[in-house]
Design a protein around this ligand. Structure first.
Ligand code: ZN
Ligand code: ZN
Length: 389
């Protein structure tokens, strides 16, 4: 696949054998939980682990310089609420920049965009808040810390997987499509690829693919009907076609990859419920793929892998779990303009636009009287992943 997405185009890591890498790493860092060690002995272990040999004075200086205490004061917390205070902040910010730091790109950017421009309090706040990298996503906590803690700190790995909204590719047409982040899932090393698959949210799973206008309260989403799916990670296609009720999506890709002219493959194939994440080999940042509901395809990337901390849920049943989701609601009700749309109405003689997107309240209050359909129209469920979270 690296002939298609090359290292020059994308920034991704070398291949990581998770089992090998994290077993070794877990053994090395287990001294962190050894409470019999003095702080100085722990520091010594950390320096040994990093392979650094320094004099005690230099170690003390390094420890002091890297202390968390230096992070205690946030710029955002000190934003004043009047013009005079802002002027003072600008002046003091300029005063405290050491000459040696002026060549740094971050300082140049700070001077050009923040300090030298006399911004109002609102502009200043907007500049920071809008510039925050993760502003467009909301954190989700669906852990249940009340469960039994059956995982040990540093004994399990967690993978952070970012799922992107589905995309459509038309052969022969170049697209300027940019992956749009949808949600992030945390899986543990002991989760199977199938566990991960079941957790992924997509509008096409929740959609109801038939006219619901006669009976809008008894809905059967497509998720329960069409269960076949495919995950591609590294060099393997993981499918769930255990019996004739499933379609094996990997077959056609395996066939396609046999033609060496396309420059993809060779691929292996495996059933996804047999494979644990900790047994995988993969590249961080590389675009892998999830396919379901026929041709609904999502890219996903593994953005981080680390050992489990005491601040994470130590209950294995909490994984996979959601970490965050995009906070963008793309479609609002055309009638009230405030709520999220959850129905698409077609060919309705009482609505001027076709299709019309409507929220639940507008849909049921305008198109039904005492639960009975008024006029002629067809209605379909409209679903956005942000509702579920
Ligand atoms: Zn999908
Ligand atoms: Zn509405």
């Amino acid at each position: 696949m690296e002939k298609v997405y090359t290292r020059q185009q994308l920034n991704f890591s070398h291949e990581v054998n998770l089992k090998e890498h994290f077993e070794l790493f877990s053994n090395k860092v287990n001294f962190i939980n050894d409470f019999s060690l003095e702080e100085s002995e722990q520091d010594e272990e950390i320096f040994n682990l990093m392979g650094i040999k320094l004099k005690q004075d230099t170690k003390d200086l390094l420890k002091d310089t890297c202390s968390f205490e230096h992070l205690a004061e946030s710029t955002l917390k000190t934003i004043p609420n009047d013009k005079k205070g802002m002027k003072k902040l600008h002046d003091s910010s300029l005063k405290h920049i050491p000459l040696e730091a002026k060549s740094l790109e971050t300082i140049k950017n700070l001077e050009a965009n923040v300090i030298t421009k006399n911004r109002s309090v609102k502009e200043y706040t907007d500049f920071y808040v809008n510039g925050l990298k993760y502003r467009s996503q909301v954190e989700i906590d669906d852990t249940n810390f009340r469960h039994l803690e059956n995982l040990k700190e540093n004994d399990e790995i967690l993978l952070f997987i970012r799922i992107y909204a589905p995309f459509r590719y038309i052969p022969g047409f170049k697209t300027s499509w940019i992956p749009r982040f949808s949600h992030e899932i945390i899986v543990s090393g002991s989760n199977t690829v199938q566990d991960f698959c079941k957790k992924i949210l997509c509008p096409s799973d929740e959609n109801v693919s038939y006219d619901i206008s006669e009976n809008p309260d008894n809905l059967q989403p497509t998720k329960g009907k069409y269960k076949s799916c495919l995950i591609f990670i590294h060099d393997t296609l993981y499918h769930n076609a255990k019996d004739s009720n499933y379609v094996d999506y990997s077959e056609v890709v395996m066939e396609f990859s046999k033609n060496l002219n396309y420059g993809v493959g060779p691929f292996k194939k495996e059933l996804m419920d047999n494979v644990l994440f900790k047994d995988l080999k993969l590249k961080l940042g590389y675009p892998y793929m999830y396919q379901h509901q026929g041709d609904c395809e999502h890219l996903f990337t593994i953005s981080d892998i680390r050992l489990i901390h005491s601040s994470d849920s130590l209950c294995s049943e909490d994984y996979p779990r959601f970490a965050c989701a995009s906070n963008k609601i793309t479609r609002r009700c055309m009638m009230c303009g405030t709520k999220e749309a959850c129905y698409i109405v077609r060919n309705c003689d009482r609505i001027p636009s076709d299709p019309a997107y409507m929220c639940e309240i507008c849909f049921k209050s305008y198109l039904y009287i005492d639960g009975k359909k008024v006029g002629n129209f067809k209605a379909y469920v409209y679903f956005e992943s942000s509702y579920v979270c």
